[in-house]
Design a protein around this ligand. Structure first.
Ligand code: TXA
Ligand code: MG
Length: 324
């Protein structure tokens, strides 16, 4: 079997109703979608991605009205974020209703919900009478896919259909905010800048620094989003002798200036955005990482971006890619 790539929403809907998996475009990254209320479909998401089943999935819905069926309540601060950022690259975690299968939430009594903005997927969700559970459509731990081709290349032999919505406009996974404790907590930096969340919530929000001892959220594990080729941050290079052993190094930079690099070591430079535009850099990031991973380089070295706006989320992905 090799996945068909197309724009046929009815076909995607029919496959999903039959319990099959379909890759769907969202503005963040492509998702590997299945009927969130069908345990067999959800189980095959974990199989297909080779994802550990203790890592819970996000459910995707078309409108805010649909959300009420699956969560206990939407607190006022969450309502504010919903008004401002849904549909869009925001995921919120709430206390769940019993109808959500344990497999989706990894047994937690909370559920992550998102209303994506991509028009094809919104239309698809409107045609279905169940939510779509969808993690990013990449093998567990690898770089998230931002085009239909990225998905087909890695998972094409395992799924029947990729709904082709073109290149993802945001290019980074959603920002995740949890509303399950006494105050909102940002669990993952993503497509909506922290500053925008702070502004919307009058700073009544905490940021949970990731920890690899938190098995409930491997998306927050230190090592993730990793190319196969050795990957380093320019701020944390191996020693000169080891660097000299790499004959072909790809260098990722951003903006007009780049960090100093040891003399005498040849590199090929790729700029995420010559103009220093964070959105453009976010759109390019995962595609570039894949391109370099598939290319003839034997190491990749990245500069960090300024720590503000989407630069924070991009740095988060770069740090995880470099984690050992
Ligand atoms: O942009 C996105 O969010 C993409 C698109 C496809 O929607 N999806 C995505 O899913 O990035 P995934 O599975 O790769 O990452 C979801 C993250 C995981 O780190 C998971 O641990 C966390 O969400 N998560 C899911 N349910 C949760 C819950 N109930 N409590 C805390 N974290 C949760
Ligand atoms: Mg993922």
């Amino acid at each position: 079997m090799q996945a068909e790539i197309g724009k046929d929403i009815s076909r995607a809907a029919a496959l999903l109703r039959a319990g099959k998996l379909v890759a769907i475009p969202t503005e963040t990254v492509y998702g590997l979608a299945g009927n969130a209320l069908n345990e067999a479909a959800v189980a095959s998401i974990f199989d297909t991605k080779e994802r550990p089943s203790f890592d819970p999935l996000i459910i995707h819905l078309p409108t805010l009205d649909h959300v009420a069926q699956y969560v206990q309540e939407i607190p006022p601060l969450a309502q504010r974020l919903a008004d401002q950022f849904w549909p869009g690259p925001l995921t919120m975690v709430f206390a769940r209703q019993p109808v959500v299968p344990d497999l989706v939430t990894a047994g937690l009594d909370t559920v992550a919900v998102r209303i994506p903005r991509h028009p094809l997927t919104r239309q698809l969700l409107l045609e279905l009478d169940f939510p779509l559970a969808a993690p990013s459509a990449n093998p567990f731990g690898y770089i998230s896919p931002t085009s239909a081709e990225h998905v087909a290349r890695q998972l094409g032999h395992k799924i029947p259909y990729v709904l082709d919505g073109g290149h993802c406009q945001v290019g980074l996974e959603s920002t995740i905010v949890s509303f399950t404790g006494s105050e909102p907590v940002i669990l993952r930096k993503g497509g909506i800048a922290l500053e925008a969340i702070f502004a919307a919530l009058d700073s009544k929000v905490a940021v949970q620094t990731h920890s690899s001892s938190n098995p409930q959220a491997p998306g927050m594990l230190a090592k993730h989003y990793s190319p196969q080729v050795p990957f380093f941050l320019v701020t944390d290079l191996p020693d000169h002798q080891q660097l000299l052993r790499y004959s072909s190094i790809a260098r990722i930079v951003f903006g007009a200036t780049s960090a100093p690099f040891p003399m005498g070591i040849p590199t090929t430079t790729f700029n995420l955005s010559v103009q220093g535009d964070f959105s453009q850099a976010a759109r390019k990031l995962f595609g570039l990482l894949r391109q370099l991973d598939d290319g003839n380089f034997d190491a990749i070295v990245a500069d960090l971006l300024p720590e503000r706006g989407l630069g924070r989320a991009i740095n988060d992905r770069l740090r995880r890619a470099a984690a050992r």
